[in-house]
Design a protein around this ligand. Sequence first.
Ligand code: NAD
Ligand code: UGA
Length: 330
Amino acid sequence: MQHNTTPGGALSRAVVTGAAGFIGSHLVDALLAAGTTVVGVDRRDPRTDPGAAARLAGALDHPGFTFVAADLRTCPLQALFLQAEAVFHFAALPGVRGSWGERFAEYTACNVFATERVLAACEDVRVPRLVYASSSSVYGTTNGGATGEEITPNPESPYAVSKLAGEQLCLAHAGKATSTVAAVALRLFTVYGPRQRDDMLIGRALTAALGGPALDLYGDGGQRRDFTYVGDVVRAATAAATAPVTMAVLNIGAGVSTSVLEVLAAVEELTGHAVPVNQLPAQAGDVEATLADHSRAADLLGWAPRTALLQGISRQLAHLTANSPQPVGA
Ligand code: NAD
Ligand code: UGA
């Protein structure tokens, strides 16, 4: 196996898939700030999609940024990846609860088939490193304690199955005797912060408290998540691009488990308003609790989370109320 990534230092050129999305757009901003030339790929086109335009507002006019509107299921990728030192593969259909039934065809195409295309193109043009956005959902139901990467995955939704399949494809490519691509899969735990997707809890709870639609509360609100701030996730991703490993799976989570009801209390404290809720049944695929043991990421990346939940939610609130791009910090 031969891998060429140089440890340490900023990348000179990188590709971000899912660049118009929540996490991908923050990654683009961070890479540009570090002096990296960035090619962002997404099927959502900021020229026609206002959400994509808002997320990429800070990047589109940057001289180091090129945006390519393309669908990873079909578009030729080699030319886009030429000379990249790393591809950050963050494009996917990300919702857990919407992945049942008919939509699974699109989940497999975008999350599995497209990931294989991305990996094959990395090999074709000798991109030395791929960083893959995997998911805490691959663990399924746990004993409620901190989960280490050695625990056998037990995905409980079609989405989680698709993310685990993508992760396994990364490891299969990186593990080949003839491999030229190193792969680091980051199992991200429920990410939040400015620009969060509008199907996710914290943004919906803030919007409800500020007078928007009532929050659909799934189940009794006792379910717990390891909510992880997007700026912390971006630091982990950039560190993963140069870490001296050929293949790795790493938990990226804050290491604190918080219930949905505790999140609602925090939102009420920060906004000064109650969060109106519609009580709905628990949703298929939603696990009871997630909590990361992130010691492997600490060892391999020198990474540790920095942002406490109240601080992160208050940044997300500031972004919502200002309705304009804010520095995310970390
Ligand atoms: P997002 O939906 O905001 O961003 C994903 C982007 O991928 C979207 O802009 C979408 O248009 C793009 N995309 C999807 N299919 C595509 C295709 N076929 N071709 C081109 N572009 C395509 O989601 P996000 O929350 O930013 O998640 C980013 C990544 O992180 C995903 O891979 C997701 O599975 C993973 N992840 C997210 C979280 C979280 O809490 N947000 C947690 C764990 C893992
Ligand atoms: C999140 C992301 O959406 C997935 O892309 C990601 O893969 C996953 O984290 C992960 O960690 O791997 P989820 O944990 O469901 O998924 O994140 P939220 O949508 O913020 O939901 C958190 C909790 O709030 C869940 O228990 C959910 O049932 C609940 N919730 C969410 C509600 O009660 N109402 C809502 O409107 C939204």
